[in-house]
Design a binder for this molecule. Structure first.
Ligand code: NAP
Length: 247
């Protein structure tokens, strides 16, 4: 499905799943704004890969925890490309610990980035999208947001919250020809999962019916589906991309 003429903003687009999403959208013809917080070099490499696919792109630094920075980021994308059609809220962090040992700062850092950060970007993007009477918002949740996970109470709360946020905005924005959906990845091979102890990763892999960790590209294709015309009448949905893990 072609995305030619569309403009996308991907938060946390420099590396990991975010980079795969940037490349998939670029491959389909979209112009892509690559947001990063600290990974300037990786963002530049992603931009070069986007341009090598024949698409236009830009890198844009913003910490999604800062709502004013999210607004400025959306304004800058629109100033550069003229409009914004697709927002992908992918930026996310983990600060894992058993709930008994979770510190306030670990809870807040995860909720502020994963949930409030996504809301700040959505709020900045949906005003111009409402005016143009079209727009696609996709949030990267997690199957952990559906099932919970011991040791990830903060992360699970943020990812479950994203689903409630998407379903509510889906209802608010449907009349403006806008869709809001979530992709819930299972266990995807990125730096986030590479940071897990080998034993934990092996145990996780054993619970995946398809027998392998997912790739960023598996998630990116689901995002592209929600961003494209094939999903024009699909909103408020959660699509698990997990090799059957949550079944
Ligand atoms: P990753 O490799 O750790 O990358 C995280 C990304 O988030 C980076 O691009 C990072 O940007 C960005 N980010 C973090 N804090 C940010 C902030 N305050 N402002 C802007 N960007 C920020 O993680 P990943 O595995 O690709 O995960 C991407 C998304 O998928 C996350 O939301 C994650 O929760 C979700 N997910 C991952 C898995 C998995 O198995 N990997 C499973 C389910 C869901 P900088 O490098 O510039 O800081």
């Amino acid at each position: 499905m072609s995305l030619t003429g569309k403009v996308a903003l991907v938060t946390g687009g420099a590396r990991g799943i975010g980079r795969a999403i940037c490349l998939e959208l670029a491959r389909r013809g979209a112009s892509v704004a690559i947001n990063y917080a600290g990974s300037a070099q990786a963002a530049q490499e992603t931009l070069e890969a986007v341009e090598a696919l024949g698409a236009q792109g830009m890198c844009i630094q913003a910490d999604v925890k800062d709502s004013a920075a999210c607004q400025a980021m959306v304004d800058e994308v629109i100033a550069r490309f003229g409009h914004l059609d697709i927002l992908v809220c992918n930026a996310g962090v983990t600060r894992d610990n058993l709930a008994l040992r979770l510190k306030d700062e670990d809870y807040d850092a995860v909720l502020d980035t994963n949930l409030k950060g996504a809301f700040s970007c959505m709020r900045a993007a949906y005003r111009p999208m409402m005016k143009q009477k079209s727009g696609r918002i996709v949030a990267i949740s997690s199957i952990v947001g559906l099932r919970g996970n011991a040791g990830q109470a903060n992360y699970a709360a943020s990812k479950a919250g994203l689903i409630g946020l998407c379903k509510s905005l889906a209802k608010e924005l449907a009349g403006r020809n806008m869709t809001v959906n979530a992709v819930a990845p299972g266990c995807i091979a990125t730096e986030m999962t590479a940071a897990l102890p080998e034993k934990v990763r092996a145990e996780m892999q054993a619970t995946i019916p398809m027998g392998r960790l997912g790739a960023g590209e598996d998630v990116a294709r689901a995002v592209a589906f929600f961003a494209g015309e094939d999903a024009a009448y699909v909103t408020g949905q959660v699509l698990c991309v997990d090799g059957g893990m949550a079944v």
